[in-house]
Design a protein around this ligand. Structure first.
Ligand code: PEP
Ligand code: MG
Length: 317
């Protein structure tokens, strides 16, 4: 089985009924890109750019950022690269950012909120991405969006920077769905954003009101919870109605047990840790859409994450 998985690892992923499901990788460094390609990634669904910004006294300048994005893009060849703009919040001290020791950093000035508070840094990062990643390969994604009010100013800034750089092609700008607000407004957001990608780590913490870093409640945190899955369903529907795609880049996307349910809910791109990619492709290749859709509806009607996992295990057995 290992040998068969390895041989098929570099083929594009299709379900048994022919439906195309893209299997992308989450990256957090230059080295990750090579590992992802080796594992059979069809692109990068989430580049966490925080690694460039942490553990230093000043922000990386545009040239340093451009160089790093460019190296990752080159490693990916012509595969798509989705770069997430800076997602830092009050839980990580960064001396050059405006973060004032918040009582609830998870509910504070983080992700796109911080970027909107520091448009100078945002402009610099967008410029570095546009200059470092070839236009045909480049996609940009915003973290911690709650509604279109978080999206529109960035869209305007991106088009402005693009104009300054004389880049003719429109650059895709997508939204991470990781707040319940954004999930509920997914259809509306998808009419303006180019794509949606669900961040289940944060979406689960906010939906279940359980801090993802607090060991005392970690047992409650399972993205297979029916409340989270109903939001995923909302996102899948909203994207489809708007003619956009919806993917997932949170931890749940790396769980092969979740794949049939997610696909049944309308998710067409899974961005996983590189190590999970071969196994994920192997599972997706056994699936058909009708079975996935029926399983997904049952999962949304379940009463707990444990019940959902039992359903999923039975379906995959
Ligand atoms: C998420 O929240 O699911 C996500 C992918 O972003 P991060 O884990 O970096 O917060
Ligand atoms: Mg997140």
């Amino acid at each position: 089985r290992r040998a068969r998985e390895a041989a098929a690892a570099h083929e594009p992923c299709r379900m048994a009924d022919g439906t195309r499901i893209e299997i992308f990788a989450n990256l957090g460094s230059v080295a990750d890109a090579a590992a992802a390609i080796a594992a059979g990634a069809e692109g990068c669904g989430l580049l966490r750019t925080e690694f460039l910004f942490l553990d230093r006294d000043t922000a990386p300048d545009e040239e340093e950022q451009r160089e790093t994005y460019s190296r990752i893009a080159a490693t990916l060849g012509d595969r798509p690269l989705i770069v997430r703009t800076l997602d830092i919040g009050g839980d990580k001290p960064v001396p050059y950012l405006p973060m004032a020791g918040e009582d609830n950093p998870a509910l504070g000035l983080r992700g796109v909120r911080l970027s909107l508070a520091r448009p100078d840094l945002m402009r610099l990062q967008l410029g570095a991405i546009l200059r470092g990643v070839p236009a045909g390969q480049c996609r940009i994604m915003l973290p911690m969006v709650a509604d279109l009010g978080d999206y529109r100013p960035v869209r305007a800034l991106l088009d402005e920077v693009r104009g300054e750089l004389d880049i003719a092609d429109r650059v895709q700008l997508g939204v991470m769905i990781e707040t319940p607000a954004a999930a509920m407004l997914a259809g509306q957001i998808a009419r303006e954003a180019d794509f949606l990608s669900i961040g289940t780590n944060d979406l689960t913490q906010y939906t279940l009101a359980a801090d993802r870093g607090n060991a005392a409640v970690s047992q409650r945190i399972d993205a297979m919870h029916p409340a989270v899955l109903r939001l995923v369903r909302e996102v899948g529907k909203g994207a489809k109605d708007a003619g956009r795609w919806a993917g997932m880049c949170g931890g749940l996307a790396s769980d092969p047990l979740a794949a049939p349910i997610l696909i049944g809910l309308g998710i067409t791109e899974l961005s996983a840790t590189p190590a999970a990619i071969p196994g994920l492709k192997a599972v997706v290749r056994t699936l058909d859409m009708q079975t996935c859709a029926a399983l997904a509806e049952k999962a949304c009607d379940a009463a707990s994450a444990a019940e959902v996992r039992t359903l999923a295990r039975e379906a995959l057995a």
